[in-house]
Design a protein around this ligand. Sequence first.
Ligand code: NAD
Length: 378
Amino acid sequence: MTTGPALLDRLAEDRAFVAAPSATRVVFGAGTLAVLPEEVDRLGWSRVLVLCTPGQRALGERVAGLLGARCAGVHAGAVMHVPVASVASARTVLDAVAADGCVAVGGGSTTGLAKGLALETGTPYLAVPTTYSGSEMTPVWGLTRDGAKTTGRDDRVRAATVVYDPQLSTGLPVATSVTSGVNALAHAAEALYAPDASPLTDATATAGVQALLAALPRLAADPADVAGRAGALAAAWLCGSCLASTTMGLHHKLCHTLGGTFALPHAETHTALLPYALAFNLPAAPFAAGTLAAALGSDAPATALWELTGRLGAATSLGALGLSVDDVPAVVAAALANPYANPRPLTAAGLTALLTAAVAGADPAVLADELPLEVCHP
Ligand code: NAD
């Protein structure tokens, strides 16, 4: 099985599109953290605030050491889902040290803090990602106020430069590596059926899916395998670029509700839900179905992904993450509250079946029996 013909057929389709690739500079390679001072000089910053989570303070200090006199301080205050209070604290430090740029070293939470600061103050940032969330490539910001997360798109929150150094993720635990990787995979999978996909996003998403699926088993077998880490990080870049350029569908909307309203953990939720979202959507999305089938080496890609994540030790049900069947109606109502693009029309019956199977951790293939495609077409 190969993805070649599917991509070539798709390229030959008569369709209209708009493409506006990101202007973010990307520097990639094992050991590239060493070029950070040069990259900061290139941006013309002389007083840099280093951002990280409390758990990555040692890495933050290492980055500060590399930056030498360019570093104005380290703020280890990044928190998952960017509470507005965390942005306010970081802003106090930013103002106190009169920083003219930030270096965000860490995962999506740290990049999210840099985005919050950029949105509020216009301060630019350079990202050094250590997970596979892909946030560093997107103009998407998220802020949590009074327990509710709002997101939006703004070009001011795009990273000026991203430095990808695979050596920095060799310490990322296997469990987080797998779920973070599937978070990236979800961006590419939904880009494959996005209403605003282009030949560029098709090719990028296809390569991202292939690279990620090749890398995951290598990481699980040997977390210190730098080549495997490089493959996953390159996939994160490609998949993040897809998230930046296309409109996400049902899967991302459900994850937003599950994280925001039910406080389910971000990457784990993406991992447990994606096989079910794909089982629901792929019958209505032939290019995505063909690409994922080829990449997973199976004519039942949703089941193959579910089996793979289970083999790699991730939670394969929303029930295991704390969602109960009693919560399903509220999630369905939230998902249907505002209309958005999705390859398969959304109905209460369809979403209830999807979420019930996901809570139970049933083989996603059950959705094909329970929900023949015509059921969801008006
Ligand atoms: P994270 O940034 O919260 O990191 C998870 C944990 O892993 C943290 O405790 C962190 O300190 C630790 N960690 C990170 N890298 C490590 C490493 N190399 N070694 C050891 N520990 C490490 O998790 P995440 O999944 O990267 O990010 C999730 C957040 O990003 C969510 O808030 C999500 O909404 C957001 N996100 C945003 C976008 C976007 O485009 N705006 C895209 C994807 C995710």
